[in-house]
Write a protein that binds this ligand. Structure first.
Ligand SMILES: NC(=O)c1ccc[n+]([C@@H]2O[C@H](COP(=O)([O-])OP(=O)(O)OC[C@H]3O[C@@H](n4cnc5c(N)ncnc54)[C@H](O)[C@@H]3O)[C@@H](O)[C@H]2O)c1
Length: 252
């Protein structure tokens, strides 16, 4: 983003909670208009209200990123409301712990790949023509450290996040000369509902999660949001096609 943000527009999917909500708030705090999107209308409306309550500009548009018609309608709504799209944070994702590979089900596979891979692909597919028409933009996709290394008992999730990096890097090369930068973030374990849902049943997993990061703790949504805003900013003008770990040193 440039130093003056007046008129700039960001879209955040998975904006009803966690990393998405915090990033939406950080975009808005820099004067950027934000379209918050999610399947969770209550949470998404709450994020938009939070932004407006702090003096920012935001609206909520419900969208299931696994459905092309809904993603197309989301982009139409962005253009109808604000007329442009400068930054897209494709962050909606789900995590299901499915046990060892042979214990996973077809429905789990379809659900995880549907949101995490098809969702990111569909979002970029419908965002890129808008950015091409206006002469540039920046996209950040949410992968994970599970996109960079193994994730035992979460092989489908791991495969989905590796796929996000494949989509990100390929698109980054394809659109580099069109002034559209496309990067991914790879968070370690971050303190959000996703983490709490996965670990509330077993407190030992919380200790393990802290220990896997050399910095000695799990991460905060604010720390991931800062990395997203950096990748969207002019400070990252020569950065495209990267998978940026935000992981307290876990992948080092
Ligand atoms: N929390 C972590 O430890 C962690 C670590 C690495 C990567 N991530 C990734 O970060 C992203 C955000 O996760 P979070 O921790 O904030 O989780 P979260 O569960 O708090 O938020 C995810 C959001 O995505 C939305 N969503 C789910 N399916 C959707 C769909 N089909 N269409 C639109 N929205 C949908 C949910 O309603 C939810 O609001 C995810 O892609 C996740 O895989 C999280």
């Amino acid at each position: 983003m440039s130093t003056t943000h007046s008129g700039q527009v960001a879209l955040v999917t998975g904006g009803a909670a966690g990393i998405g909500r915090t990033t939406a708030v950080q975009f808005a705090a820099r004067g950027i208009k934000v379209v918050v999107s999610d399947v969770d209308a209550e949470g998404g409306e709450a994020t938009a209200a939070l932004i407006r309550g702090a003096g920012g500009e935001a609206c909520f548009v419900r969208c299931d990123v696994t459905r092309e018609s809904e993603v197309a309608a989301l982009m139409a709504a962005v253009l109808a409301r604000y007329g442009r799209l400068d930054y897209a944070f494709n962050n909606a994702g789900i995590e299901i712990e499915q046990g060892r590979l042979a214990e996973g089900s077809e429905s789990e596979f379809d659900a995880i790949i549907g949101v995490n891979v098809k969702g990111v692909w569909l979002c970029m597919k419908h965002q890129l023509p808008v950015m091409l028409a206006q002469g540039g933009g920046a996209i950040v996709n949410t992968a994970s450290v599970a996109g960079l290394m193994a994730a035992p008992k979460m092989s489908i999730y791991c495969a989905s996040k590796h796929a996000v990096l494949g989509l990100t890097k390929s698109a980054a090369i394809e659109y580099a000369k069109k002034k559209i930068r496309i990067n991914a973030i790879c968070p370690g374990v971050i303190d959000t509902d996703m983490f709490r849902r996965a670990h509330e049943a077993d407190p030992k997993k919380g200790e393990f999660a802290a220990a896997m990061h050399p910095l000695g703790r799990i991460g905060k949504a604010e720390e991931v949001a800062s990395a997203v805003l950096y990748l969207c900013s002019d400070a990252a003008a020569f950065i495209t096609g990267v998978a940026l770990p935000v992981d307290g040193g876990a992948t080092a």
